[in-house]
Design a protein around this ligand. Sequence first.
Ligand SMILES: Nc1ncnc2c1ncn2[C@@H]1O[C@H](COP(=O)(O)OP(=O)(O)OP(=O)(O)O)[C@@H](O)[C@H]1O
Ligand SMILES: [Mg+2]
Length: 112
Amino acid sequence: MADLLRIENIYAGYDRADVLLDVSLAVEAGSITCMLGSNGSGKTTLIRAILGLTPPRSGRIVFDGADLAGRPTHEIVRRGIAAQGSSPARSPAASRRCSRSAAASCPSRGCF
Ligand SMILES: Nc1ncnc2c1ncn2[C@@H]1O[C@H](COP(=O)(O)OP(=O)(O)OP(=O)(O)O)[C@@H](O)[C@H]1O
Ligand SMILES: [Mg+2]
Protein backbone atom coordinates (compact mmCIF):
# COMPACT_ATOMS: atom_id res chain seq x y z
CA MET A 1 0.00 0.00 0.00
CA ALA A 2 1.18 3.59 -0.59
CA ASP A 3 2.74 5.68 2.17
CA LEU A 4 0.30 8.31 3.41
CA LEU A 5 2.94 9.99 5.57
CA ARG A 6 6.67 9.92 4.92
CA ILE A 7 9.25 11.50 7.19
CA GLU A 8 12.71 11.66 5.70
CA ASN A 9 15.84 12.42 7.72
CA ILE A 10 14.44 15.27 9.76
CA TYR A 11 16.33 17.32 12.32
CA ALA A 12 14.33 19.52 14.72
CA GLY A 13 14.61 21.06 18.16
CA TYR A 14 14.29 24.15 20.28
CA ASP A 15 16.74 27.05 20.18
CA ARG A 16 20.17 25.43 20.48
CA ALA A 17 18.80 22.04 21.65
CA ASP A 18 18.72 19.36 18.97
CA VAL A 19 15.97 16.83 19.76
CA LEU A 20 15.26 14.95 16.53
CA LEU A 21 18.39 13.77 14.77
CA ASP A 22 17.98 12.17 11.36
CA VAL A 23 14.51 10.73 12.04
CA SER A 24 12.77 8.81 9.24
CA LEU A 25 9.57 6.80 9.16
CA ALA A 26 6.75 5.91 6.84
CA VAL A 27 3.07 5.33 7.62
CA GLU A 28 0.99 3.37 5.14
CA ALA A 29 -2.54 4.49 4.34
CA GLY A 30 -5.05 2.53 6.43
CA SER A 31 -2.48 1.45 9.01
CA ILE A 32 -2.04 2.32 12.68
CA THR A 33 1.46 3.27 13.80
CA CYS A 34 2.51 3.64 17.45
CA MET A 35 5.50 5.67 18.55
CA LEU A 36 7.12 4.47 21.77
CA GLY A 37 9.86 6.20 23.69
CA SER A 38 10.97 7.25 27.15
CA ASN A 39 10.05 10.61 28.63
CA GLY A 40 11.88 13.37 26.82
CA SER A 41 12.87 11.21 23.87
CA GLY A 42 11.11 13.49 21.37
CA LYS A 43 7.67 11.99 20.63
CA THR A 44 5.83 15.28 21.11
CA THR A 45 8.53 17.12 19.20
CA LEU A 46 8.00 14.81 16.23
CA ILE A 47 4.23 15.44 16.31
CA ARG A 48 4.96 19.19 16.57
CA ALA A 49 7.30 18.93 13.58
CA ILE A 50 4.62 17.17 11.50
CA LEU A 51 2.11 19.89 12.44
CA GLY A 52 4.55 22.69 11.62
CA LEU A 53 4.63 23.90 15.24
CA THR A 54 8.34 23.07 15.55
CA PRO A 55 9.37 23.13 11.91
CA PRO A 56 12.21 20.76 10.96
CA ARG A 57 15.60 22.39 10.41
CA SER A 58 16.20 19.96 7.58
CA GLY A 59 14.72 16.85 6.02
CA ARG A 60 11.32 16.32 4.46
CA ILE A 61 7.81 15.54 5.63
CA VAL A 62 5.48 14.42 2.85
CA PHE A 63 1.77 13.87 3.52
CA ASP A 64 -0.54 12.54 0.84
CA GLY A 65 2.02 13.47 -1.81
CA ALA A 66 2.53 17.07 -0.61
CA ASP A 67 5.74 18.36 0.98
CA LEU A 68 4.72 20.07 4.24
CA ALA A 69 7.92 22.17 4.50
CA GLY A 70 7.20 25.79 5.32
CA ARG A 71 3.43 25.31 5.40
CA PRO A 72 1.55 26.92 8.30
CA THR A 73 -0.13 24.67 10.85
CA HIS A 74 -3.68 25.66 9.83
CA GLU A 75 -2.96 24.52 6.28
CA ILE A 76 -1.42 21.23 7.47
CA VAL A 77 -4.51 20.58 9.60
CA ARG A 78 -6.77 21.39 6.66
CA ARG A 79 -4.93 18.74 4.66
CA GLY A 80 -6.18 16.15 7.15
CA ILE A 81 -3.65 15.81 9.99
CA ALA A 82 -5.08 16.09 13.51
CA ALA A 83 -3.57 15.67 16.96
CA GLN A 84 -5.37 14.56 20.10
CA GLY A 85 -3.85 15.75 23.42
CA SER A 86 -3.14 13.30 26.20
CA SER A 87 -5.11 14.91 29.03
CA PRO A 88 -6.18 12.37 31.66
CA ALA A 89 -9.62 10.79 31.14
CA ARG A 90 -11.98 10.33 34.07
CA SER A 91 -12.70 6.67 33.26
CA PRO A 92 -11.85 4.07 30.62
CA ALA A 93 -15.35 4.58 29.17
CA ALA A 94 -14.75 8.33 28.93
CA SER A 95 -11.40 7.63 27.30
CA ARG A 96 -13.05 5.43 24.65
CA ARG A 97 -15.70 8.08 24.01
CA CYS A 98 -12.99 10.75 23.62
CA SER A 99 -11.06 8.60 21.16
CA ARG A 100 -14.17 7.90 19.11
CA SER A 101 -15.18 11.55 19.01
CA ALA A 102 -11.63 12.59 18.08
CA ALA A 103 -11.60 10.03 15.27
CA ALA A 104 -15.03 11.18 14.07
CA SER A 105 -13.90 14.81 13.95
CA CYS A 106 -10.70 14.01 12.07
CA PRO A 107 -11.16 15.58 8.64
CA SER A 108 -9.22 12.93 6.79
CA ARG A 109 -7.15 9.83 7.36
CA GLY A 110 -4.10 11.26 9.11
CA CYS A 111 -5.16 11.19 12.75
CA PHE A 112 -2.51 10.83 15.48
N1 LIG B 1 9.62 24.21 24.34
C1 LIG B 1 10.75 23.55 24.58
N2 LIG B 1 11.92 24.24 24.71
C2 LIG B 1 13.10 23.59 24.94
N3 LIG B 1 13.21 22.24 25.07
C3 LIG B 1 12.09 21.53 24.98
C4 LIG B 1 10.81 22.13 24.72
N4 LIG B 1 9.88 21.14 24.66
C5 LIG B 1 10.54 19.98 24.87
N5 LIG B 1 11.86 20.22 25.06
C6 LIG B 1 12.90 19.20 25.28
O1 LIG B 1 12.95 18.37 24.13
C7 LIG B 1 13.18 17.02 24.50
C8 LIG B 1 12.08 16.14 23.92
O2 LIG B 1 10.86 16.49 24.55
P1 LIG B 1 9.48 15.90 24.07
O3 LIG B 1 8.43 16.66 24.82
O4 LIG B 1 9.40 15.91 22.59
O5 LIG B 1 9.57 14.39 24.58
P2 LIG B 1 8.44 13.30 24.73
O6 LIG B 1 9.00 12.04 24.16
O7 LIG B 1 7.16 13.79 24.16
O8 LIG B 1 8.33 13.16 26.31
P3 LIG B 1 7.07 12.69 27.22
O9 LIG B 1 7.03 11.19 27.17
O10 LIG B 1 7.43 13.20 28.59
O11 LIG B 1 5.81 13.34 26.68
C9 LIG B 1 13.27 16.99 26.04
O12 LIG B 1 14.64 17.03 26.37
C10 LIG B 1 12.57 18.28 26.45
O13 LIG B 1 13.09 18.77 27.64
MG1 LIG C 1 5.21 14.10 24.94
